[in-house]
Write a protein that binds this ligand. Structure first.
Ligand code: BEZ
Ligand code: FE
Length: 293
């Protein structure tokens, strides 16, 4: 028997036989990955003891997940999101020093070519929703303001849809913008108070969530990608702590440190200063970037 042959396959030695066949792989990383996956998968199958029908159902679930995916929709990423794997991979790849802002999931609705806007601009192009003033500073871990930071922001509208989900209904680039900080590290812009919304639920992942008695909702949030040369790019959200789904985000994206107060302001003069006609929400949040070394 060659070194990569471990004898005939049996129920007992199944994983060892399969792993033995990988002994001649010249790619150590793929060998390590497939070694771990084979051991864990065989262990799971031995614990579950699926019937042939159940195994076929699992194969069909993955087949449908592939069929549901296209240029605009990635059902496998959604599956990874609702299983907490996206957040786990993100956590492993964004370990940062104490005090630096935390990452969370990117999500599928970022667009790369959002317009660069003047600081203070309103990203809401359709005048719908409750007005909100968002502001704060971008700092390094020593508390110094950072100049020339790119702040890419996007959010869903008042009905819980991103512009790319409602082409022809919402204006293009509604509720998106890119801002750059000056020497004081400050950022500020106008937007609308976000609302909770469901992740796409009309595919196999939605069906799975149903079968598990889980809802598909994400608590109200807005997204950021904050970047500057020499610093670790921060991909994150700000959440409304009063949202009804804050403790049960379908994709596990909520972190304690990413909640900000959404403060209602009834002051007419403050409203006029921001160009609002009445009551608005004020959200203040400072981001701290870690150096990428
Ligand atoms: C989002 O927040 O845009 C999102 C994240 C993960 C899955 C679906 C949507
Ligand atoms: Fe989102």
């Amino acid at each position: 028997m060659a070194t990569n042959e471990q004898g005939y396959f049996t129920e007992e030695n199944s994983a060892e036989v399969v792993i033995g066949r990988m002994a001649d792989s010249t790619d150590p990383r793929i060998r390590q990955i497939m070694d771990v996956l084979t051991r864990k998968l065989h262990e799971a199958v031995k614990e579950i003891e699926p019937t042939q029908e159940e195994w076929f159902k699992a194969i069909m679930f993955l087949t449908e997940t592939g069929h549901k995916s296209d240029e605009w929709r990635q059902e496998f990423i959604l599956l990874s999101d609702v299983m907490g794997v996206s957040m786990l991979v993100d956590a492993i790849n964004s370990r940062r020093p104490n005090g630096a802002s935390e990452n969370t999931v990117l999500g599928p609705f970022h667009v790369a070519d959002a317009p660069e806007l003047e600081m203070g601009a309103n990203i809401c192009l359709d005048d719908k929703g409750e007005p909100m003033f968002v502001h704060g500073r971008i700092l390094d871990t020593e508390g110094n303001p950072l100049e020339g930071v790119k702040i890419d922001v996007w959010q869903a509208n008042d009905e819980g849809f991103y512009d790319v989900q409602q082409k022809g209904i919402q204006p293009d680039f509604n509720l998106r913008g890119v801002f750059r900080t000056g020497a004081d590290g400050r950022y500020f812009f106008k937007a609308i108070k976000p609302k909770f919304y469901p992740i796409p639920e009309d595919g196999p992942v939605g069906e799975l969530m149903n079968a598990l008695g889980r809802h598909c909702m994400r608590p109200a949030h807005f997204h950021y990608i904050i970047s500057k040369d020499g610093f670790d790019t921060l991909t994150t959200h700000i959440f409304d702590p009063d949202d009804p789904y804050i403790h049960s985000d379908a994709v596990f994206g909520v972190k304690e440190s990413l909640m900000a107060e959404f403060k209602p302001v009834d002051d007419q003069q403050a409203a006029a200063e921001h160009g609002f006609s009445g009551r608005f929400f004020d959200v203040e949040y400072d981001f701290v970037l870690a150096r990428d070394d």
